[in-house]
Write a protein that binds this ligand. Structure first.
Ligand code: SF4
Length: 670
């Protein structure tokens, strides 16, 4: 390594650029001042990246039934067993469950393998748990899964509304950018809508601690006011306006449990308004409706796709967006082409020169593991994720995996899946692999390798290609990751020719690049011209009927500032674990007194699905009946603190995204 290597942080969807320099003791990681997502900033997790490298706990060789094996033996065995399974039970008896940690090249290889050659769309990822409702909401409203705006819109807005998003802890660099913009423009206003008082509320002019699940009622109240005040300037460019307003008028704003009038005045009065939303909206059994309740307000007023205006879904993982672009979920094809469209399927199959193409959507995450449980999926390949922790009903998922005929696990460390797997394939981790990621504002950046892979580890695209070639599939003989990306870019050009919005075929520069790059969309925003990707070019309003809210003790879940997902990387840095060292339960003083809990005691939290034991933190940050627990602790570092097993697998009927944000629980002293 001579000069610094440019790469990106592997954690959240902000997609910060980093510079990696070699030092006498290892490497040093700093923020890239030239990267347009962060301009040199990093949060605590990104700043500690160098401390999370190292070989401790890494998988270093392929394993077959627990014994060490060479790559050829392991890949040949996987190829033979998958071929046998397909021959005996058909393509849909095979499934891949992947991750938003996969690079675009990995996603591309996995989707080409499954949809084009195995012939099944049974490939879903943990992105289903993160933003599937945003995808579905975008498609319903805009006719395509297109994020309309950019990060800089938060800085240009006069009002930024953060809904179900603890930006300060979950997307800290965007929070830093927002805080800096607000300091520079004192007239700017920030509103946080969240049942819990989070760290993000410190930046807010107004915090609305709404009743859990009442978001649709809030946004319906805003829409009714927009209509009543004559602010629906775009109603003639939209379909479904009258029905959406009728539903909005019929819904009860009192369901929010707080006075909305000040907020409604702010929202209606601010032309430049950005509504940022995250898992508090998406992770719900009516998440798609909630997304559309927000997009309705922006569509009606025309506050979309122009500087400082728009609904903005901010994603969890570093490459959840790249996965969406590749078609990395069970109901997508590739490059924003439609799996249900025969013309699109034929174009992709022809480009891949593949023997088959999946003709219908495959199994979404919850259904996929139910099919494993029922024995319909007989061969499961899990890549870069641990569903025995992160899925709802996690214990049931673990039991299902334990009964599956063939389990293949590609990962960097041991997990609940690798322990059960018939074949374990060691994957290259951050710093050991190169490829591309797309952040929440559609900016494609390069993640760059600067270390030799640990042991015999290989990048995921290469592992998948190795299996595909051994199954006799042609078109997987890429010499390197650049060749995979080049093929993907060419396919995106074919998608563009089909009228799709995702065409990066002209992308040449290695610098971070926003799409679209066409002159028609200069500035990188969508829909500011009032033209949408629907067949009639109109934006679609959706009539949203708020769902009944659950009552009783409802556990709310979320992240802490310094850990990422199941802590496979952040758990290695002592200073990150120092912020919050153990799993905890935030509980209101009234609940604590009634249950007999004192600060720092242990509490047992149970639901029909499982049990967790958590340290009690008595606080007014949460309301009575709304305790909170973080999601990060796992079967590796604190089995008792694992909350995934508590959560029932209720899903949004449109997107298939599970309601991971909350669970009905019983709490007692431990
Ligand atoms: Fe990494 Fe996200 Fe922090 Fe940026 S904000 S340094 S991408 S974790």
């Amino acid at each position: 390594m001579t000069g610094p290597i440019r790469s990106t942080c592997p954690y959240c969807g902000v997609g910060c650029g980093v510079l990696v320099r070699k030092t006498d003791t290892g490497v040093a990681v700093s923020g890239d001042p030239d990267h347009p997502a962060n301009f040199g900033r990093l949060c605590s997790k990104g700043a500690a990246l160098a401390e999370t490298l190292g070989s401790e706990g890494r998988l270093s060789e392929p394993l077959i039934a627990g014994r060490r094996a060479g790559w050829d033996e392991a890949l040949s065995l996987v190829a033979r067993r998958l071929s046998d399974t397909i021959a005996a039970h058909g393509p849909d008896s095979v499934a891949i469950y992947g991750s938003g940690q996969m690079l675009t090249e990995d996603y591309y290889a996995a989707n080409k393998f499954m949809k084009g050659f195995v012939g099944s769309a049974n490939i879903d990822t943990n992105s289903r748990l993160c933003m599937a409702s945003s995808v579905a909401g975008h498609v319903r409203a805009f006719g395509s899964d297109t994020v309309p705006g950019l990060y800089e819109d938060l800085e240009l807005a006069n009002l930024v509304v953060l809904v179900g998003s603890n930006l300060a802890w979950c997307h800290p660099v965007i929070h830093q950018r927002l805080a800096a913009a607000r300091a520079a423009r004192p007239g700017m206003r920030v509103v946080v809508i969240d049942p819990r008082r989070t760290a993000t509320c410190d930046l807010a002019d107004l915090h609305l601690p709404i009743a859990p699940g009442s978001d649709a009622a809030v946004w319906n109240a805003v829409l009714a006011a927009i209509d009543a005040r004559g602010l629906a300037h775009w109603r003639d460019r939209l379909s479904g306006y009258a029905e959406a307003v009728e539903a909005a008028r019929a819904s009860d704003p009192a369901a929010a449990g707080v006075d909305l009038s000040g907020f409604i005045d702010l929202w209606c009065g601010a032309e430049r308004v950005v509504t940022v939303y995250s898992q508090g909206i998406n992770q719900s059994d009516s998440g798609t409706d909630k997304v559309n309740a927000i997009t309705n307000c922006h569509l009606a007023t025309g506050r979309i796709g122009r500087p400082g205006m728009g609904p903005f879904s901010i994603t969890g993982q570093p490459n959840a967006m790249g996965g969406r672009e590749v078609g990395g979920m069970a109901n997508m094809l590739a490059c924003h082409l439609d799996i249900a469209n025969p013309r699109h399927r034929a174009a992709v199959q022809s480009f891949w020169n593949s023997p088959a193409i999946a003709a219908a959507p495959g199994l979404k995450a919850v259904d996929l593991f139910r099919a494993v449980e029922a024995g319909r999926v007989k061969a499961l390949w899990v890549i870069g994720t641990n569903p025995t922790v992160s899925m709802p009903d996690a214990d049931r998922v673990a039991r299902a995996i334990a009964t599956c005929d063939l389990v293949i696990a590609s990962d960097i460390v041991e997990t609940g899946v690798t322990r059960r797997a018939d074949v374990v394939l060691p994957a290259a981790g951050w710093g050991e692999r190169s490829g591309h990621v797309t952040n929440s504002e559609r900016r494609i950046s390069r993640q760059q390798g600067f270390l030799a892979p640990h042991g015999a580890a290989m990048p995921d695209w290469k592992i998948i290609a190795g299996v595909a070639q051994r199954m006799g599939f042609a078109g997987f003989d890429w010499p390197d990751a650049d060749a995979v990306f080049a093929e993907y870019k060419t396919l995106s050009g074919i998608a563009g020719a089909q009228g799709g919005d995702f065409d990066i075929s002209a992308l040449t520069d290695e610098a971070p690049a926003l799409w679209p790059q066409s002159p028609l969309r200069r500035g990188g925003r969508f829909f500011g011209d009032g033209v949408f990707h629907t067949p009639d070019g109109r934006g679609r309003m959706i009539a949203v009927i708020p769902q009944r809210q659950e009552v009783g003790m409802r556990l709310n879940t979320g992240r802490v500032r310094d850990h990422w997902h199941t802590m496979t990387r952040t758990g290695r840095a002592a200073r990150l674990s120092a912020h919050i060292a153990e799993p905890f339960l935030e509980i209101h003083p009234e609940d604590a007194a009634r249950i007999g809990l004192q600060p720092a005691m242990l509490a047992e939290v149970t639901s029909p699905g499982g049990r967790a034991v958590l340290r009690v933190l008595v606080t007014q940050r949460v309301a009575p009946g709304q305790p909170f627990a973080p999601i990060h602790w796992t079967d590796r570092n604190s089995a008792a603190g694992r909350v995934g097993a508590l959560i029932a697998a209720r899903v949004d009927p449109v997107s298939g995204q599970p309601a991971l944000k909350e669970a009905g629980v019983v709490i007692r002293p431990y």
